[in-house]
Design a protein around this ligand. Sequence first.
Ligand SMILES: Cc1ncc(COP(=O)(O)O)c(C=O)c1O
Length: 442
Amino acid sequence: METRPNHVQDQTPEGAKDWLAEADRLLPGGLLGRGGLPRDVRFVAARGEGARIFDTEGRAYVDYLAGAGALILGYGHPAVTAAIRHQAGEGVLFFSTPSVPTLRLAQAIAEAVPSAEKVVLTTTGSEATQYALRFARAFTGHDRILKFEGAYHGNHDAVQMNTARRARSNSAVGESDSLGVAHAVEETVLIAPYNDLEAVERIVREHRRELAAIIVDPIQRGGVFPLPDFLPGLRRIADDNGVLLVFDEVIVGFRLAYGGAQEHFGVIPDLASLGKIMGGGLPIGAVAGRAEILSLADTGRGDLADHVLINGTHHGMALAAAAGLAALEALRQPGVYDRLNAWSDTLRAEVRGLLERHSVPAVVDGLGSFWHLAFADRPHRNHADSLAADAKRIKAFDTELIRNGVHLFPGGRRLVTTAHGDAEMEDTLRAVDAACRRVGAA
Ligand SMILES: Cc1ncc(COP(=O)(O)O)c(C=O)c1O
């Protein structure tokens, strides 16, 4: 078997079967989600360990996808694995009956997240944003929401708008990124550019009588980080106009800080959606917010039509709650976030240094354990900036990184885990150096 540079060889490759061919035969596009990689860098995962993924050919990759952010402790963290094993023997789900792990997880959320007067548990982050918006509509009696151009809030129709690259800048109402979304839904979504309080204020004032909520990802995909006055400004605009502020903390929750964006930025929304890390890698989500809003789900209030309906077979399932509790306990240990963020700072500085040495004009941006690389002349402040960056070049660069043993989504978010150590730093920098030589200075 041919090896690629920088790849650590797995001792137990599955080898023989052409799993990529199986993926192509069975899955649309050979994928579970988005893709678009050249075939020679596509692979099928055999297993993960710490900060690395091993493919079915026995090659290893330093992983910066981290289960789309869910695996902040890396693969196979012993405490999380033990909790899953234990809970599997105790009962994986009890449907609508609360279980002890589920309640402990709700307690942990209430202690960590400032907005969490009450907690509604879901199965995914997408459901968490879907329910948050349903609560906002029910509470305000208004139908429309405002979201930011380029922001991803999950896979449901109401937010599958203006996240894709083709989205035009500053369109007034939503443009779906997916076939199959009813046009009527687009009309319920207003679109604003990120980091532009003036535009937000104008749109919110104009539509305040039909607007339920502003939903914002405190760190938006595409390497878009908030300017210091942006999130406090959204809080003020929401208050001034009687609309709710929803933080989508599905990816930043328990990552930017244990108390998420609310703790990091000191801004408290009315509702927050959570997911990923709080399930220790298993599917779970939550809406954490003001009691008077979330109490609309209380079925003791009378007629069913008077409720926000919350119902799902796997909502708040015990197995995921147990895994999440183990993950959160590991994250509460002293110094965890300091070490994670310091490692990420060092990586960003080293990558910047390498790019400079190779005279590659790129921007390395980031915050905490998020990092981002773009062929652009300034950091991204909104989706239009992301669109202006050189997409072809970052794809070529990142493809070269994968070829050299670094796993990421070309042009996408890079997430560090607590399992990234000296060896991963060394291997990543070697891959960046190779990518700079190959495509960087071209
Ligand atoms: C900010 C944000 N919101 C919502 C979601 C959707 O979460 P899930 O994939 O668990 O449905 C994601 C997932 O990537 C996300 O990053």
